[in-house]
Design a protein. Structure first.
Length: 255
């Protein structure tokens, strides 16, 4: 009897392991929204370091400048996901949508997953001044143009939203995010804010950092929160012949 129970346990355990293993030959759709919610209460909720940071993007891929990199592919607007959440955010003036993007990728071990660069919102030059005539889409188009150096003499030094994300499988589906929100000191108070600590910055920008390694299941909607901004992410199976029909744009740009 004990032997039979042991064999049954092994069978059930094997089935469970197989069910929780991401097939390496399948593709998955990753849906990501990032939005800010800067309020006086949030700014005074912690002692924020007075710092200006940029992400380490070495080894990351850019799905703006190349819509397909290996098995990673940026999806068009009609195939973007999280449309319900996006529409709810649009209906609330307290939230500023920085990015809404969907892409297709394999699901390797998190160790071997590719970092994907994330950047959106307001670009700034090296002096911290807004570059209102530059958007992620324009820069992506210019980078593919042979006349790029003449069309865009100066690339943005900072983005309102910058960072990277990688999604893989390691016992669970995992999303590892490193996101940087950079805002003008005129909006957030800067060094004059009594809750801000650190050295005075000569460039009038301040960065807030969000890092998270989130375990998730397929189709779950995950909210990765920071007092000043938030990421919403979910992973779904990718159906090439019957893509999910939504009205979510690939990204939102600041007016």
């Amino acid at each position: 009897m004990i032997k039979k129970l042991f064999i049954l346990f092994l069978i059930l355990f094997s089935v469970s392991v197989i069910a929780d293993t991401a097939p390496t030959n399948k593709l998955y759709q990753v849906n990501l929204i990032v939005f800010s919610h800067i309020t006086s209460d949030a700014l005074h909720s912690e002692n924020w370091p007075n710092q200006l940071l940029t992400p380490d993007l070495r080894g990351s891929i850019n799905l703006f400048t190349q819509s397909t990199v290996g098995s990673y592919q940026l999806l068009p607007e009609k195939q973007s996901g999280l449309s319900k959440e996006l529409n709810q955010l649009k209906g609330n003036s307290d939230y500023h949508i920085l990015l809404a993007r969907s892409w297709v990728q394999p699901m390797p071990s998190l160790k071997y997953a590719k970092w994907i660069q994330i950047y959106a919102g307001q670009p700034y030059d090296k002096a911290g001044q807004p570059m209102n005539d530059h958007t992620p889409l324009q820069i992506a188009e210019n980078q593919e143009n042979a006349a790029f150096p003449d069309m865009l003499q100066e690339k943005p030094a900072y983005w309102e939203l910058n960072g990277k994300i990688k999604v893989g499988f390691q016992t669970f589906y995992q999303a590892y995010l490193q996101l940087y929100l950079t805002e003008p000191e005129s909006i957030i108070g800067g060094p004059a804010n009594s809750d801000t600590i650190g050295n005075f910055q000569t460039i009038p920008l301040q960065t807030f950092y969000l890092q998270e390694n989130r375990h998730t299941r397929l189709n779950d909607v995950n909210y990765i929160d920071h007092p000043l901004f938030c990421a919403i992410i979910n992973i779904t199976p990718y159906y090439k012949t019957e893509p999910p029909a939504t009205s979510s744009p690939i990204f939102e740009l600041q007016n």
